[in-house]
Design a protein around this ligand. Sequence first.
Ligand SMILES: CC(=O)N[C@H]1[C@@H](OP(=O)(O)OP(=O)(O)OC[C@H]2O[C@@H](n3ccc(=O)[nH]c3=O)[C@H](O)[C@@H]2O)O[C@H](CO)[C@@H](O)[C@@H]1O
Ligand SMILES: C=C(OP(=O)(O)O)C(=O)O
Length: 419
Amino acid sequence: MNKIVIQGGKRINGEVDISGAKNAAVAILPAAILASEGKCCIENVPNIKDVNCMLKILESLGCEIERNESTIIIDSTNIKTFYANIEEVRKMRASYYLLGSMLSRFKECSVDLPGGCAIGVRPIDQHIKGFEALGTEVEISHGSLKVKADKLQGTNIFFDVISVGATINVMMSAVLAEGTTILENVAKEPHIVDVANFLNAMGADIKGAGTDVIRIKGVEKLHGCTYSVIPDQIEAGTFMIAAAACGDEVRIKNVIPKHLESISAKLIEMGVEIIEDDDSVIVKSNNNLKAVNVKTLPYPGFPTDIQQPMSVLLTVAEGRSIVNESIWESRFRHLDELEKMGAKVKVEGRIAVFDGVNKLTGAEVEASDLRAGAAMVIAGLMAEGTTRISGLEHLDRGYPDIEKKLSALGAQIKRINVE
Ligand SMILES: CC(=O)N[C@H]1[C@@H](OP(=O)(O)OP(=O)(O)OC[C@H]2O[C@@H](n3ccc(=O)[nH]c3=O)[C@H](O)[C@@H]2O)O[C@H](CO)[C@@H](O)[C@@H]1O
Ligand SMILES: C=C(OP(=O)(O)O)C(=O)O
């Protein structure tokens, strides 16, 4: 088993480069299945476990893949099976995107039900509602979801809840449908726009991504293209919070500052100075953090995926802070671990109340999910003494080279193997 060991209390300074976005890359890679001719050359793909899983799944379907650092070339012309049922499918959330892309291209597929972070019930009824509205028969049996359509017919779909996954999946399944599909009450996250831009670069006709309504005119076929994944909003936010926690001045490079606005605004409210450039943000902390309230919301609101890292800052902010997690019902498992480090927190349902303490102290903690892992790392950086973090299989799903990036900023962090 591997653990991260952090000697806390060191200041971090300097510059860090943000990688491509996990949640965009894990949708764009399966979207490459839609190219019936030509190869997709996808740049700025992060080197994380979820990407490696997705590439294994695509290879198991018959895609030919070349990888050169952060560039991945996918040739989907000779896909040999529509059945995605290797264990990697069940290890990640985004394997559900294989449904939309294979349904779209082949009108048939079977995909094992996805895994992903255990942060609450994660239904996919809105994905299914969208597929059915386009004329698909959907059946769940033996842990797999099978979809089949004679033809896909464009239609109007109003989603009951705002869902990132359903928006992307149904958008993908409609790009080759006959006629026009109008999706209403859709998610507006930056990765929705990124996937739409990728599909348009492949020859799709999608308008309105990033607004509440997406219009998709079906086209006959899609082709390969070259495309670069957007920077990771959540990785960037995580480094901004680490800098606010224990940095003097940190420049976070290769970001889209617009995507970070809700995070920047909250940090400014806490007393942190944020300077925006074209493609970087500088975070300057005066180590005098004020309590704030946070409510997670769909974009452009405060991202749920940043709630756990952010809550670490609240443990030491002066006064009482309240977090309302409105997206997931059990995304507070990291708080038990923070209590071991001296945090004062009370949880009632989706609300967590923090009374700021002077300092955290290092402890033996476990990451229960991906962003809990990021939260533990930030807590370890801030804490007095040594913190040892297990559960790295979660952290590795979404943070490329996290120890290397933090070490370069001056943190004392290393990964060790313990039997
Ligand atoms: C791979 C990926 O991109 N994962 C992200 C994606 O997850 P994911 O796509 O699973 O999250 P959704 O946006 O779909 O879920 C948002 C809310 O809608 C509900 N819901 C969702 C689908 C559905 O069919 N029915 C339904 O009721 C969920 O229970 C949840 O309360 O968006 C989440 C919300 O920003 C993020 O936390 C995840 O990091
Ligand atoms: C919850 C997350 O991921 P997933 O949906 O892939 O489990 C996340 O990225 O924070």
